[in-house]
Design a protein around this ligand. Structure first.
Ligand code: CIZ
Ligand code: SF4
Length: 320
């Protein structure tokens, strides 16, 4: 409608005036992803968002995603102004891994190499030897295992269990979960597969193990988009945040996409799987952030930044 297009016009103008670029995650609402694309920004997973922000010449980054993504951007490019549509956009994995408790957990496993998922606070990253995203978790752990490391993994227990299974590495796991992916249900998915025997099942590894077992492809958001394009099936059942359908449909426009079921009673819940924090990145909030960054700018303590930069740079420099 006309109000939405007025916001879009205003944001386009403000991005130019403020020398800013919009970096959006795949789980943001489709109109935000479209706006990032239309304005020379990017739509990506957290690893590529970090790379893009790092390499882009704009002096201000608007990070449409969740808090840890803004923090990562600030850690990597402290000279830039990093703004988020709202600093309230957090993540259940980050919330479920408080730095002090995590540090005590590390202290109780002194012989372990600490590998943390990108979905953590800067303070947790500062305590880690490695940061990984789901797109490189298996490769990094496989490499560390081959070098003889025992691994302490945090915070996502499902992703940790999946990585341990794939690599055979010796891993102790923090017991965190993503409130979105933890809701996918194996029983209902099995029933949905029976209704659509010709469909391929795509699952993000933050989902429970019994859901992952039913998958034809398991991977990070960018890996699932590639699998959607490359698999021969014309029908796809997808277990991850529904925001991903925007890029998935671009990657394979002819294919039919079905949301994997959440909730226990066998009912396919349409549009349940959407991160409430990703959903906070709306047009109004983006415009406000560009007009007045007060209370929306990301800062990271200098000492924390210096420590967190080490495992983050390992992640960015890792080539399997
Ligand atoms: O679930 C998330 O927040 C993901 C998949 C983040 C990422 O690595 O892009
Ligand atoms: Fe965190 Fe899950 Fe939301 Fe991703 S989808 S930001 S892991 S709560």
């Amino acid at each position: 409608d006309s109000q939405r297009s007025a916001y879009i016009q205003s944001i386009k103008q403000l991005l130019k005036v403020k020398d800013a670029v919009l970096v959006a995650h795949y789980y943001c609402d489709p109109e935000i992803q479209a706006l990032a694309e239309a304005t020379g920004g990017c739509v990506a997973d957290s690893l590529e968002m970090a790379r893009f922000g790092n390499n882009h010449p704009a002096s201000t980054l608007i990070v449409a995603g969740v808090r840890f993504m803004g923090e990562t951007a600030k850690i990597l490019t402290p000279e830039k102004t990093v703004i988020m549509p709202t600093l309230e956009a957090t993540c259940s994995l980050d919330l479920g891994c408080p730095p002090d408790d995590f540090s005590a957990f590390c202290d109780s496993h002194p012989e372990h190499t600490v590998v943390v998922y990108a979905n953590t606070s800067a303070a947790v990253k500062a305590r880690a030897d490695w940061v990984v995203t789901s797109s490189i978790a298996v490769d990094v752990v496989d490499y560390l295992d081959s070098e003889g490391h025992k691994i302490l993994w945090a915070p996502d227990k499902h992703l940790g269990a999946y990585v341990a299974k794939q690599t055979g590495a010796d891993m102790v796991l923090w017991q965190g979960a993503c409130i979105v992916h933890d809701e996918f249900k194996a029983k209902a998915l099995r029933e949905l597969k029976l209704q659509h025997p010709d469909a391929a099942v795509l699952v993000h590894p933050e989902s429970p193990a019994n859901v992952i077992e039913l998958a034809d492809a398991v991977g990070s958001t960018s890996q699932l988009i590639a699998a959607a394009r490359d698999l021969p099936q014309q029908k796809l059942i997808v277990a991850t945040d529904r925001g991903i359908f925007y890029k998935m449909q671009q990657a394979c426009p002819g294919k039919e996409m079905i949301e994997a079921p959440t909730g226990g009673n066998g009912a396919t819940c349409r549009s349940c799987a959407h991160c409430p924090w990703m959903a906070m990145n709306g047009l109004v909030a983006i415009e406000q952030a560009l007009l007045d960054k007060t209370g929306r700018e990301v800062f990271v303590d200098a000492k924390v930044r210096e420590k967190a930069l080490v495992p983050l740079n390992r992640m960015l420099g890792f080539n399997k």
